[in-house]
Ligand binder design. Sequence first.
Ligand code: NIG
Ligand code: FE
Length: 405
Amino acid sequence: MPVLKNISRLYTCRDEGLQKEVFPVENATLAWIGDTIVWSGKERDLPAEYLNESSMDAEGGVVVPGFIDCHTHLAFGGWRADEFEMRLKGKSYLEIAKEGGGILSTVKATRQATEEELFAKCLRFLEKIKQSGVTSIECKSGYGLTVNDELKTLRVYKRLKEVSEYNIKTTFLGAHSFPPEYRGKHRAYIDLIINEMLPKVAKENLADFCDVFVEESAFNLSEAREILEAGKTFGLIPKLHADQLSTGGGAELAAEVGAISADHLEHVSDAGIRKMAEAGVVAVNLPLASLYTQQPFLNCRPLIDAGIPVAIATDFNPGSAPSYDIHLAMLLSCMHGRLTPDECLKAVTINAAKAIGIDKDHGSLESGKKADFLVLHIPDFNFWIYHYNGSKITAIVLKGKRIHP
Ligand code: NIG
Ligand code: FE
């Protein structure tokens, strides 16, 4: 059984108290057996039975739970760097989408890619993402939009789960956009999702969640409700892309259907915030999407004040957020989302775990949880965010095994 000693501060991140309460323990020790934590607390209180166990030296570093990126669109064909430049020259995200770019341009490239190509590309991403301290990740489909291409994407994720050490959760997002061949035939596409995609996704056990992009340019409230309710009958828990580009009642719908999270929320209404708080929906802040689309950032304060757990994720995708830098997402959450560094830490650990339903095993450093943690050589977590990209992670342990460096 390994024991990690000489920790200057261990951030427990227990699921208790306010967003800012991260429950630090000074001069701490962490012990685990196999992949599971058996003890965490002050070094001087370490039970005698663990004293002579093999030890790992944190060398005075800070220890935090492994980061959880609870919203990504990891598998996609091609890139959209051309659109990045178009946006810089003044075209908006929606204008580009209306001209056939945007999500649909990635749909085209994803349909052309083989399962093997997507799998190899995702493996390369995961290798890089690992170095940023992310130990759990959520991955969405949504760039296939045919039965076969949605299944192809989700099978890529299933294979990733089999070969990588990561904790991976998957989301079916067949309702990301109406595909071009269903223009003007929305009813028929919704029927395809409900009658063909969902049963096949469920039969192969390919997804944990069902997500819908609720937006004027995508799915309306009643379409989203119908799809999410149908997903529930197949055991898929609802999630939503809500109120990203306009106020559209997405947050209210998330509360109504019992969604585990509502993501984006840049234009959430006061009523939406109230309803999410009552229903216990986690809010996922995705500031990289605001950065890249030059849209307003979500001010997280009213959500925190309402008692909603706020998570942060990258939204990694080729269009609105072509970066998997969770550290940058935290920095932006401080600068524009008005979170404090400790609030960010809770947002990428226990609250992100809640957003993807893995909080029983992940997201905090307590006895019984998985030994997923990072050692950082910094004075405290504030310094980590402040000295952006300067402070290095000195060790990453996933399920009790050191995976980096
Ligand atoms: O989360 N909002 C919709 N979906 C993605 C963007 C996808 C894309 O632009 O390719 C998002 O931002
Ligand atoms: Fe997204």
